[in-house]
Design a protein around this ligand. Sequence first.
Ligand code: SAH
Ligand code: SF4
Length: 419
Amino acid sequence: MVDFPALCILTDRQALPGILARIPPRKAPVTATTPPPAPTPEFPSPDPAIAPVPARPFSRRNRPVSFFDLPLATLEERVVALGGEKYRAKQLWGWAYDRLVPGYDAMTNVPAALRETLAADLPFGSMHLVREFMADDGETVKLLYQTFDGQFVETVLMLYPDRATVCVSCQVGCAVGCAFCATGMGGLTRNLTAGEIVQQTVDAARRAREMGRSLTNLVMMGMGEPMQNYAETMTFIGIINDHRGLNFGARRITISTSGIVPRIDALAKEPYQVNLAVSLHAPNDELRSRLVPINARYPISELLAACDRYIAETGRRISFEYALMSGINDSDEIAHELGRLLRGRLCHVNVIPFNPVEVLQFERPTVAGIDRFADILRAEGIPTTVRYSRGLDIAAACGQLRAKHEEERDRMAALPVAS
Ligand code: SAH
Ligand code: SF4
């Protein structure tokens, strides 16, 4: 029995009330009497492209179905029902997923009549790209979409010397409501459809190709909790993984989750060899429940047991994500506690220095503090990487861009209508 770990736990528990008191309360909900915020320098004036769209509420029956929602077999049926030959569906897939054309018009070996019928029956994408932002000397591109029901969705393309990664969103908002996350601040608005997630991927692949690159990796680390939109997430993966289309290798796909235990078990049994990232952020339940509220339902012991079952079933390594916040979860004691918790598992820790979010008072630790935390984990025997987020100057923390644009849309909605 070594004294040091016990001392660490004791010190940690003693420090905990002080740490918890520092976790800021969630932002008050915006009410009808809240005045609209003033324009900010990054978003100086209303843009007609993001004018409020006529309300077409999303519902189970009123959901957009676009070309990108359909697996190949379903597209074949649709093409035949519209009077085309079955083999045309493969041609359409070739144009959309291999040649990455932006619409039916470019599919020149498909009869014009069929293209017109398709355009009327099955839109080529249901979301409208409203803005594109560049950061990191053009190595980061952030795409902002508006959905048919007026929601904003963010996608980020990140170019590195050896790879190009897209970060896609799977929900508008998120029900989990982590204390440090811009996406979770307003709760869940709705799930995205598989087609809306595929469209983000295809657009990013096209954008990468325009920049002379190929899309190599995909992370589900944008807005939303993929495990709470499980069915659409699996359909999405099935479509992009299909070798007759985008042929995106499952091993190049990472699903990130806040820890929805039954879905981790379900994922372990899926045929796709995707990577799993688990957002841990704290080594004990007291702290984690404050940061990641779903922990109250699936505490750390259950979460790690599910991770162990996942590793045993798949033989694949799990990544644990750890958003590092100054004075909250970055002490030496917590680093040791985390090391002890994860020791012996087939895993890797990604330390993500906190991305500042307006209205949330969390702070990123210093570079020295970040390195120290990572070094302690490594000394505890845990493979650890520090991952700095891209595009800090374009509101990179997931959900921030959308929040800005919702403010702007609401401001525009409040303007008098010109007669
Ligand atoms: N809902 C999923 C995936 C989307 S969030 C999940 O929580 O895992 C992707 C990652 O970004 C998660 O690890 C999340 O905790 C982290 N994250 C969210 N807001 C952040 C912020 N402001 N700074 C650093 N990481 C953040
Ligand atoms: Fe949802 Fe993930 Fe944000 Fe938590 S971190 S609120 S689970 S998107």
